[in-house]
Structure formats: C-alpha cells, structure tokens
Write a protein that binds this ligand. Sequence first.
Ligand SMILES: C[S@@+](CC[C@H](N)C(=O)[O-])C[C@H]1O[C@@H](n2cnc3c(N)ncnc32)[C@H](O)[C@@H]1O
Length: 255
Amino acid sequence: MSSEAQHAEERVVDTATGAEAPAEISEERVQHIFSNIAKQYARFNAVSSFGLFKGWLRKTVDAANLTPESDLLDLAGGTGDVSYMAASRRPPAHIQLTDFVPEMLDVAREREAAGAACGVPIDFEVVDAQEIPYADNSYDAVTMAYGIRNIPDRMKALREVHRVLKPGGTFACLEFSTPPNAVWRFLYHIYLKVMIPFWGQVFTHDRPSFVYLADSIRAFPDQEHYAQMLRDAGFSDVSWKNYAGGIVAVHTGHK
Ligand SMILES: C[S@@+](CC[C@H](N)C(=O)[O-])C[C@H]1O[C@@H](n2cnc3c(N)ncnc32)[C@H](O)[C@@H]1O
C-alpha cells in the first residue's frame, strides 16, 4: 500500500462514499438507520444473506480465541448476534455488549431476557467505538461485526480497540469485503445495488437507509487495505479469511 493510500485511511470519512467529511454526517445517519431498523434487523439479516450470516458469526467467534476465562468486549454489538453466538458456542467468563445506538441494545436486552446469553454474565452499555470508556489492557478479546464500516474515524476506533485489549489479546472483525474474482464481484455489486434496497423496502419501508448500506459496503477498503489499517493501529499477526468468495472477511489481529 502506498503512503498516500495509507494517509487516505487516516481521514474521517463519510461512510457512504469514503470521501473526507465531518464525522457528524455518518454518526447521525447511523443513529437514524439503526434506531429505525432495530426490531426488523434479525429478519433482514437472515433473508438478505440467505441464512449464511450465522455461519459467518460462528467463524468470527472461533477467530476470537475465547476461553472460559475470557472477558469479551463486543463493539458495535447491536442486537447481540456475536455475543450470543459466543455465549452458546465458546462461553467466556463475561461479555460486555456495547453499541452506539440504544435501540439496538434494547433488542439485545430482550434477547438476553429470553435466555440468549446461556447463563454467561453480560453487561450492556452505549459506547462509541471511537472513544471506548474502558481502561487500557482490560479485555482478552474484542469482536466487531459489520461495525467498522459504519464508523467515520476508523483508525481512531482501531487504536481504541488495541488500547483496551490485554497483551496477547485478539481482535476478530467481521465485515463485508471485496470478492477477488471479477465476475463474482460484478454479480455481488448488482445484488447490492438492486436487492439490498428492495429487502429494505420490504422490511422497513425505508429504502434510502438500505441504499446507504449498499453504498457503504462498496466504499469500504478491500481486505489488504483494511489489514494495513489494523497494522497501522498497532496490531500484529494480522490476517484474514474470506467467506462466500470474499463477500465477507474475518480479519484478526493481536496485541
Ligand atoms: C450492521 S449493525 C451490526 C450489529 C451486530 N454487530 C451484528 O452483527 O448483528 C452495525 C452496528 O454498528 C453500530 N455502530 C455504528 N457506529 C458505531 C460507533 N461509532 N460505535 C459503536 N457502534 C456503532 C450501529 O449502531 C449498529 O448497531
């Protein structure tokens, strides 16, 4: 990656376009979108990914190197998909489930009340991943699924993740990415442009928000660029695995 491209990643961006812009534009849009779709989020995910999203969550949880002693911080945790997958698959000692949008955490709390945490102690807090209110070196693992793409100052968030991880800790990050195969990428971009806004209209009658989701996926750095951002934030042994031909990737980095 050129130093110019590296510098470009330091910018605060409009997450819909990747162009430099004040953070408030993206932050206000995220509040609007996710407070509106919180209740329909699970159905939208299941349908728009053809049910594949659960497998990707499993891969993310497996990548986080959880043990029964781990303290897990789930950032941009939304309605709890990663946290509850971790609780059922590789139960840690404690989960801190956080998100920027209170309405998403309200749904997560309802799921916990229905038993989704499988007995794992869990705390909820509204947290901006760009300013994590926890001490240095406090978590064994940090997870983030589909969060970093929605954050305008991504380097600030990644440095914060690195700061709160304990030495030896793991960051596992699931995000939409760039299929390396040109034909698959072309078909996928058509799906993003046409079908994601369609599902959005069906589920929430809020087509513009889903046009945003599709735009933000296209504007997000590809696998190698994002890996470089993780290295620049201080992570070592950065690697990634593609799933569904690179439609999503799970990046991991260690402190
Ligand atoms: C697509 S949802 C993913 C939720 C969850 N991780 C999952 O896999 O279902 C993206 C989430 O990122 C959250 N988010 C956006 N910007 C954030 C920020 N600056 N700090 C923390 N969370 C943020 C949104 O509120 C939303 O809940």
